[in-house]
Write a protein that binds this ligand. Structure first.
Ligand SMILES: Cc1cc2nc3c(=O)[nH]c(=O)nc-3n(C[C@H](O)[C@H](O)[C@H](O)COP(=O)(O)OP(=O)(O)OC[C@H]3O[C@@H](n4cnc5c(N)ncnc54)[C@H](O)[C@@H]3O)c2cc1C
Length: 477
């Protein structure tokens, strides 16, 4: 038998092979994330199906056998589905790592918000239909029935209070109302949703069939309630407190980047264990007078180097303005890292990064942390003047290091044109395609003011980019 030595492959062929392997890895990771997403979504639909199946299995079908009971039957079903979705809303807001890694924190919160109104309508329908249904059975009008429920039935008075709280939470969360309220006021009212859930619980034990002894439903609902409330306690309280104590972060320097913009560097213990990526954000609390009561989300502006974490903040409001006077040595506690505005959401090898104003922060950090071959990335920066292009020198150096092409567009937008481009770039006929010719085969990462971001997304979609290629980090939840 003769053995033939493998032909030596050329350096170019080896490079091509490595690039293909990397592309395959990115695709595999993307498909795994899609599958996880499908599974989690299926669980949500399944939970509604389980609730209905348990209702029917525990004798619920009898409500639909006679016309006079139908209203009560539908009233119970709306209550069950509404409660199920309300607990799912809690789970979505609990910052559970698998949900964050699959959909991203922003998308999970968007679904949480979307469910708010339907849940309220279901709970209101539950209340009114039962007032009518039980009223028919007792020969009372709905108002008299409601009074009878509150006065004579155990735990019903607090269930009505719970509905009132829920109305307050949903109304203060409507975009039009929320814009008029301070974040802090909205946040405190929002905390009432936990009160609403806890106040509604006793009537489900004493009046409802959810917890009837000896039923499967009892176990399902107990697991869901305990799971949702435990997730909130673990991921929003216990882990952040434990992690803040463990890493013992302190401000090590505060550097002025531009008027009203500072970079805050924090050092602590065992930073690598946080496994934070450039492009992610934390919710930070600085333990200084006038600041400790107020936590804010800020993205990392540099990929963590194992010793320190850095954020760059612009004084866009009262809370962020206070950071300009932050002193080295200040203790810092945090929740996070959160978000998938990172390499984790890549679907292909090439990437285009577009940042405006303080939106440069996660763009610069993700550029630093991304696995990119030379000429695979394009960076487009936008500022109303040259001073507005923050972290400019660092971003320039990173583009040189990664052989990424860099385009900077400064100046105001053209008057009367709905575009994200500067007047100069617009007049020269520039577009996303001329600035980043590879864009159609790339992932597009955008961060900047929301209306500006929307215009970049609009142009990307007009070019035919698919939703999964577009990753926008919005600095408002
Ligand atoms: C994911 C994410 C990453 C961000 N990264 C950066 C960054 O790297 N650099 C930077 O300068 N800014 C960043 N921001 C924006 C920054 O968090 C807000 O500018 C800051 O919270 C405003 O607070 P303020 O008290 O200064 O202003 P305010 O006048 O109190 O509020 C201004 C706006 O910020 C919102 N806001 C206030 N507090 C919070 C909060 N705790 N959570 C969510 N929204 C809040 C308010 O609803 C309002 O719309 C980020 C925001 C998000 C959501």
């Amino acid at each position: 038998m003769t053995l033939t030595a493998p032909k030596p492959t050329s350096a170019a062929a080896r490079r091509k092979n490595v690039a293909t392997q990397r592309e395959i890895q990115i695709k595999k990771r993307y498909i795994a994330r899609l599958r996880r997403g499908d599974l989690l979504e299926t669980i949500v639909y399944f939970s509604v199906a389980i609730v209905l199946a348990l209702f029917l299995a525990d004798g619920g079908a009898t409500y639909f056998l006679s016309l006079k009971d139908v209203t009560t039957g539908i009233g119970i079903v709306t209550g069950l589905v509404g409660s199920d979705l309300m607990l799912i809303m809690l789970i979505l807001a609990a910052r559970i790592p698998v949900i964050d890694r699959t959909f991203g924190h922003d998308k999970a919160l968007a679904v949480h918000r979307k469910l708010g109104k339907p849940v309220l309508y279901l709970i209101l329908a539950h209340m009114f239909l039962l007032m009518i249904g039980y009223g028919i059975a007792q020969g009372l009008n709905p108002i008299a029935e409601a009074i009878d429920m509150i006065v004579n039935q155990q735990d019903m008075s607090i269930a009505f209070i719970a509905t009132g709280l829920l109305i307050a939470v949903v109304v203060t969360s409507l975009v039009i109302v929320r814009r008029k309220l301070s974040y802090e006021f909205w946040y405190i009212v929002h905390l009432l949703s936990y009160g609403a859930i806890l106040l509604a619980l006793p009537h489900q034990f004493t009046q409802g069939m959810m917890f009837a002894e000896g039923t499967w439903a009892r176990w399902y609902w107990m697991a869901l309630y305990v799971g949702a409330l435990a997730s909130i306690t673990i991921f929003r309280v216990i882990i952040p407190v434990a992690s803040s104590l463990r890493h013992d972060l302190r401000v090590s320097s505060v550097d002025i980047e531009a008027p009203g913009v500072v970079s805050v560097t924090m050092t602590g213990r065992d930073i690598n264990a946080l496994r934070a990526q450039g492009g992610q954000f934390f919710t930070w609390r600085f333990w200084a007078p006038n600041m400790w009561w107020d936590a804010h989300p800020y993205s990392l502006s540099a990929h963590p180097d194992g010793r320190s974490l850095r954020i760059t903040v612009r004084d866009l409001g009262k809370g962020s303005a206070r950071l300009l006077s932050l002193k080295p040595g200040t203790r810092v506690s945090f929740e996070g890292p959160y978000g998938i505005f990172t390499d984790a959401s890549r679907t292909t090898k090439k990437a285009v990064f577009v940042g405006a104003g303080i939106g440069i922060t996660p763009i610069r950090a993700i550029l630093e942390s991304s696995d990119l071959d030379p000429l695979e990335a394009t960076v487009i920066l936008r500022g109303s003047d040259a001073q507005d292009v923050y972290l400019w020198q660092e971003t320039y150096d990173l583009c040189v290091e990664k052989s990424a092409s860099l385009r900077v567009l400064v100046g105001h937008r053209p008057k009367g044109v709905n575009t994200w481009l500067s007047a100069e770039a617009y007049s020269k006929g520039e577009s996303l395609l001329t600035l980043a010719p590879q864009i159609k085969n790339s992932d597009l990462y955008i961060c900047g003011p929301t209306p500006w971001t929307d215009l970049v997304v609009r142009d990307a979609k007009r070019l035919g980019l698919q939703d999964h290629q577009i990753h926008a980090e919005r600095f408002d939840f």
